[in-house]
Every structure is written in C-alpha cells, then in structure tokens.
Design a protein around this ligand. Structure first.
Ligand code: SF4
Length: 335
C-alpha cells in the first residue's frame, strides 16, 4: 500500500526577489529567476484563502507563504508580506540576509534604516563556516564579511538576530572561529542553531560532507549546546531505519506547496478554494502512489551500515526516493 497523504494546508510560493547568491547547497532551483506576476495579485489570492478559512471555520487549516528566493524586497512588498503574516496572527520582523545584493556605505545604512522604520527588528543569517570557506559555499567572494557587517550595523542599532550555522566536514574545524566572530559581534542573539545540510536541492551533491556518528560523539560542548531543540537527535542512516519503520504505515500530513506565477494565476483566481486544495491534494497523492511504500524503499535502498548523520528522517527517505528514481526512472513525489 502506498503511503496515505493528507493535506493539512497550503503553502503559496512566489518567486519575486531574485537571489544574488549561488549557494552550493541551495534548496531552491534556479534561484536567480523571478516571476512576472505582480506581488499584489499573489497577495490577494492568499487573502482570499484566509477569508475562506475563517468563513468555513477550518481552524486547523494552515496557510503559509514563501516569497523569495531572497528577502531583498522593496518596501511595498515588505508591507504586503507583513500583512499576510498578520493574517496568521504572526509578525514579520526578521529579514533573511541570504541572497541580498551588495550595498555599501550610506546606501546600506539607508536600506537598513528604511527596513527598521518599516517594522523589521532583526536579521537571520545562514553561515557555512567563516571567511573564504563560507564564501565558497555561498558562491560570492566577500559574502561572509558582508553579512557580518550588516549584523554589526543592526546590532549597534539595537536590532536582534537569528543564526543557522551549517555543520559539515569542512566547517567543523573552523566552527570555533566562527562562534568567536559571532560572539564578538554586537546585538542580541535570539536563536542560534547548528545544522547539517538538509538532503534537498543542490545540497544532495555533498553527502561526503556529512558528519558521521564518530564526529557526532566527539562534538565539542559549544556545538552540542546549539543543536536545534526540535531536531536534536541527529541519527545516522542505520540508526534512523528502525525509527522510520515504526511509523512507516502512518499517513503523512503535509503542507501542500503551490508555486504561483503568471501561468497559473488566472486558474487560481477563478477556482474555488475547496477545489484548489482538493486538486493539489490529489496531485500529491498521485505522486506518492507512484513510489513504493516506505518499508519497501527501505528494504531496497536503506543502508544498514551507513554511519552518516541526518537531522530528519525525511532526509533519509528523500535519499532512498532519489535512488529509486535513478534505478527505475519513477519521479520522486512532489515536495
Ligand atoms: S541565499 Fe538561499 S536561495 Fe539564494 S542561493 Fe543561497 S540558499 Fe539558495
């Protein structure tokens, strides 16, 4: 029996602000492309779903958005994204630094002050090591210093920050140096997590960079302290296998992604919210029907000797699905 898929909501995604990086571990394909769809039409569509959710009392239905690939928004888009977050009772206050184009001197300060005046209270940075190591992972010379300079300017203005620090074979030896640099940068750190790469997008090419069980057992306390609370049981593939098999037959609840662009906006605008959701759920279910159930994937592709560590079981499952696609040509399910 294929795995049952239940949609728990929708996540609308718009390519609106092209990315100025070419990260080697990027989860998003073609990060420099942008859609010609004006943001206002995207916003209206998402508001319609919020209205429908409220009117039909679907309290458990989740509505998410991703407006990217970078957060290099103009102020109008920033206000629109904040309105959409407010519909979920959330505040949009933290901007990602990933993929911002380079601004210098007064232009950078003016950019930062404008965002502060618009309600942004801090920045999120994703760093893969420091100095040239980070720059190489991010595909832009000087990017590490640029991100630190923004964090510094922000910290001096009382703004906060959150940090995701990628842990790989080549960032592990310089992790202490990275933490020293961050600790000496002004500003309140709201969150700091260390994270292996997700098995997704371009990062799939760097399985050799994964830490192993042996690395995990020897991690310095400074790193262990910043394992993310929800995903701190970093297990190897051989350790994940029994955990995954225990829940293999349970339905999977997913937030269903819809990429919105100029080619499908008219259809989305002219179709009821129920139909859009039902249609997307059917597409997801169909794509999962084509691949074998998890226990079969595991028996075919699981490696009970692999000691490489993954943060989530979905990473391991994704790897097996890719192996299945490679062997049989069957496309991996929609993600
Ligand atoms: S900043 Fe983000 S979207 Fe842009 S290339 Fe890097 S990982 Fe991809």
């Amino acid at each position: 029996m294929p795995r049952a898929i239940i949609g728990k909501g929708l996540r609308f995604s718009l390519r609106h602000a092209p990315c100025a990086h070419i990260c080697r571990y990027c989860l998003i394909s073609e990060s420099r492309k942008r859609s010609a769809l004006p943001f206002s039409r995207f916003e209206q569509l998402v508001h319609r779903f919020h209205d429908w959710k409220a009117a039909s009392h679907r309290e458990d239905f989740s509505i998410g958005i991703f407006v990217g690939p970078s957060f290099d928004y103009d102020l109008e888009t920033l206000a629109g994204v904040a309105r959409l977050h407010a519909r979920r009772g959330a505040k949009f206050q933290i901007l990602n630094l990933g993929g911002l184009r380079i601004r210098r001197g007064d232009e950078l300060i003016a950019w930062l002050e404008e965002r502060r005046a618009a309600g942004i209270t801090g920045f999120h940075t994703s760093l893969a090591g420091c100095g040239e190591t980070h720059d190489r992972w991010n595909g832009r010379a000087g990017d590490f210093d640029y991100q630190i300079s923004i964090l510094r300017l922000a910290g001096e203005r009382g703004m906060v920050r959150s940090e995701r620090l990628f842990l790989t074979q080549n960032t592990l030896p310089i992790f202490d140096r990275l933490l020293d640099i961050l600790d000496s940068t002004p500003g309140e750190v709201r969150s700091r997590v260390a994270s292996p790469f997700f098995y997704a997008g371009l990062a799939k090419r760097y399985e050799n960079e994964r830490l192993t069980e042996d690395d995990r057992e020897k991690l310095p306390e400074r790193i262990n302290q910043i394992r993310p609370a929800r995903f701190d049981n970093w297990l190897s593939e051989r350790e994940w296998i029994p955990v995954m098999l225990e829940t293999a037959t349970r339905p999977r609840k997913l937030l269903l992604k819809i990429d919105v662009d100029e080619t499908n906006i008219e259809h989305l605008e002219n179709t009821s919210c129920e139909e859009i959701f039902a249609e997307r759920e059917r597409q997801y279910q169909g794509s999962y029907r084509r691949v074998p159930p998890l226990d079969e994937l595991c028996s075919r592709y699981g490696d009970p000797t692999s000691r490489k560590i993954y943060m989530m079981s979905r990473d391991v499952e994704g790897k097996w699905m890719d192996m299945h696609e490679c062997e049989t040509g069957t496309k991996t399910p929609i993600d």
